[in-house]
Structure formats: structure tokens, C-alpha cells
Design a binder for this molecule. Structure first.
Ligand SMILES: C[S@@+](CC[C@H](N)C(=O)[O-])C[C@H]1O[C@@H](n2cnc3c(N)ncnc32)[C@H](O)[C@@H]1O
Length: 353
């Protein structure tokens, strides 16, 4: 078994998990979910080696790709052991690990308590695991270690492993809407936009459409992953702004001035759709009503999507009824509280083959 743990952001209980699954599926990686704990998803990818490379090379390549795609994962970890979360259990488990790194490599151990649930202090765990490694001949380097180990305490378990890759959170921060050439309030933050693009199973070479593209935030995240991006909006000023933003990050993009309820696109020409239509609050709605617009645009999204394609729609009101009448199959609905007066719904829709 090759167990890989994804240490997840705690912003939402399900969206980070769905993001990992979407990314694995879009990379065509064979995997099976082994455990799901609070903020940790563990999958087995031992059957994923489908090319002629050695397991090791293939898995390193895979993890590196995933760490560049994911937004709501903190670390990707090669699981070396799982135990109950008492100190004696953790120590027994770590003692039994067959560390195969050369003794010349230095290490650092970090312990993370999810939601501070465990009564044991993180420092204690780090020190004790460090002691086991020391006794096995390894030396610590707290500043620039060769190998980073992590012990995650969650749901009464300790997941111990070697960090394979960490997600670069700073790059998402750099792309926050206020830092882009064209800013308009009320847009999705890059990390959420990226996670939705992953949930839509968008990957390098996929054709992604955002029929309500606004300032282009969703398309920037998809384009940075190598997708072919197409955006539509009904405000020329906004489309010019989207162009400024996309030019900076994804110079090769397409934008169209058109109504999401009547798109000049061929049937089945799009691989995936991720979109954040107006909610009927501040963003302009170009239609007789939001209901009519949503009903028409979901039909259009279904028409232009290829069979087997997926749409992820952000809304304030439920869209399932319109989606089902457009022939979509509803996969999931995630509810996300944004602030006191706004709760978002993220609806995942499949156009079945
Ligand atoms: C909530 S904003 C999208 C925000 C976007 N996710 C971003 O990152 O900027 C909704 C957008 O839908 C556009 N819109 C309104 N009615 C439309 C229609 N009938 N067809 C296409 N776009 C429309 C608005 O001009 C607005 O830019």
C-alpha cells in the first residue's frame, strides 16, 4: 500500500476533500480512499503506477503535480504509521517505523493538533519522536532539515509521516483580488476559485468556461493550471478588466461579450464550467429576473458541456430544480457561510454520458 495523507484546511468540512478527489480524478490517478478524519484524507495510490517509471519516480512526480494544483491542502504526506493518539501508542508506532533515509540526512518533526483536541502538548510529541529518530542515528536540523516529519492528531488518531510536498499558500495570497490590475468587489478569493476548478475536474488542456466571468478570477486559477480558458460577461467594462487580469497571468485566453442565457457556442464543446453568477445583490443581472437567468443559463451550460463534463455553480439560492430540469445530475451541494447575511451554495452538477 502507498498511503498518502492530505492535511486539509479547516475552512470547510467537505470542500477540501472534494478538491483532492477532483484533482486525483482529473489527473486520471487510480486511488482508493482509506480513511477520512477531521482535516485529513488518506488515500492509497499503490495501483496508480501505470507508466514505465519506477514507483518512486512516478509518485514523486504525481505529488509535485498535486501540490501545484491544490489550494485547500496544506501538506501532502507519505504515511509511515497510524496509531491511537495517546503518547505510548504514538511512541510504539514511531518505534516500529522502518525509516529508510540515509543516516546522513537531517530531520525536523512537527506535531499538529487539529482543533487542539488532544490533551498532549505538541512540543512533547515533537521531542519524544525526535528522541526515537535520534536513537536510530538521525540528527535534527530545525532550520533547514533534509526530511520533515509530521504527526497529525485528529479524531483520536495520530497520523505520522514524511512530508512529500507543501502547498505554496503565498502564491494565492499574491493573487488576491485587490492585488490584480482590475479590481471589483464581491469576487471569489483565489483559493476557493482554485478549489472549485479542481472539483470540476479541470486540468491541463481542459477547455473551461465561466459564462459569468466578471473580473476573470476563476479563469486565472484554471489558466495557471494549463487549462484553455473561455469567459463571457455582459458588461464591456468588466470584460476589459477581465482581459487586464488574464493578460497578466494567462496571456492565451478568450473572452466573449455575450449573455450566459444564449451563448454563441457549439453543443458539447466545453469540458467543464465553473461559475459565480450574480446573486441579485450588488452584481448586475442582465435578465428579466435572476430566476429566469438561472433557468436559461443552466440549460445553456448543459448544452455546451460535453457528456461526462462537470459544472460547479456558486449561488445564494438553490439551483438544483433548474439544474435537474436542464437534465443535470446533482452530485453535491456544499453550504458555506460567508458572513452573517450571506451563505453561499456550491452546487456540483454532472452531464452524464
Ligand atoms: C458575481 S459576478 C462574477 C464574479 C466573478 N467570479 C469574478 O471573479 O469577478 C457576476 C457577473 O455576471 C455578469 N452578468 C450579469 N448578467 C449576465 C448575463 N445575462 N450573462 C452573462 N453575464 C452576466 C455581471 O456583469 C457580473 O460581472
Amino acid at each position: 500500500m502507498t498511503l498518502i495523507a492530505f492535511e486539509l484546511s479547516g475552512e470547510h468540512p467537505d470542500i477540501p476533500v472534494a478538491e483532492v478527489i477532483g484533482a486525483l480524478e482529473s489527473e486520471d490517478i487510480e486511488f482508493s480512499i482509506q480513511y477520512r478524519f477531521d482535516q485529513v484524507l488518506i488515500v492509497d495510490i499503490s495501483n496508480a503506477n501505470t507508466n514505465e517509471n519506477t514507483d518512486q519516480v512516478y509518485h514523486v512526480d504525481l505529488v509535485s503535480k498535486l501540490s501545484k494544483r491544490l489550494a485547500l491542502t496544506w501538506h501532502i504526506i507519505n504515511v509511515l504509521g497510524i496509531s491511537d493518539s495517546t503518547l505510548p501508542d504514538i511512541m510504539n508506532m514511531v518505534e516500529d517505523v522502518d525509516f529508510d533515509e540515509p543516516a546522513s540526512l537531517t530531520y525536523k518533526v512537527r506535531a499538529k493538533k487539529i482543533k487542539r483536541k488532544s490533551p498532549i502538548s505538541s512540543e512533547d510529541i515533537e521531542r519524544k519522536i525526535g528522541g526515537v529518530l535520534y536513537n536510530k542515528g538521525y540528527r535534527a536540523d530545525l532550520v533547514d532539515p533534509d526530511v520533515r516529519y509530521r504527526a497529525i492528531l485528529t479524531d483520536g488518531k495520530c497520523i505520522f509521516g514524511r512530508v512529500l510536498a507543501s502547498v505554496d499558500r503565498g502564491s494565492f495570497e499574491d493573487r488576491k483580488p485587490q492585488n490584480k490590475p482590475f479590481f471589483y468587489p464581491g469576487v471569489l478569493m483565489p483559493r476557493l476559485a482554485r478549489s472549485l476548478v479542481n472539483i470540476a475536474r479541470c486540468g491541463p488542456g481542459s477547455i473551461i468556461l465561466d459564462p459569468y466571468c466578471g473580473t476573470g478570477g476563476i479563469l486565472v486559477e484554471a489558466g495557471l493550471m494549463g487549462a484553455v480558458t473561455l469567459g463571457c460577461d455582459v458588461q464591456r467594462k468588466i470584460l476589459l478588466g477581465a482581459r487586464m487580469n488574464l493578460d497578466l497571468y494567462v496571456p492565451d485566453h478568450s473572452l466573449m461579450f455575450q449573455d450566459a442565457g444564449n451563448m454563441a457556442l457549439k453543443d458539447s464543446c466545453i469540458d467543464c464550467v465553473v461559475t459565480d453568477p450574480p446573486y441579485g445583490r450588488s452584481a448586475l443581472i442582465q435578465a428579466r429576473s435572476l430566476d429566469i437567468l438561472m433557468e436559461r443559463s443552466l440549460k445553456e451550460i448543459f448544452r455546451v458541456l460535453r457528456p461526462g463534463g462537470r459544472a460547479v455553480v456558486v449561488s445564494e439560492c438553490p439551483v438544483e430544480e433548474w439544474a435537474v430540469s436542464a437534465n443535470f445530475s446533482v452530485v453535491d451541494v456544499y453550504i458555506q457561510r460567508v458572513h452573517r447575511s450571506l451563505t453561499r451554495r456550491i452546487t456540483v452538477l454532472d452531464k452524464l454520458q
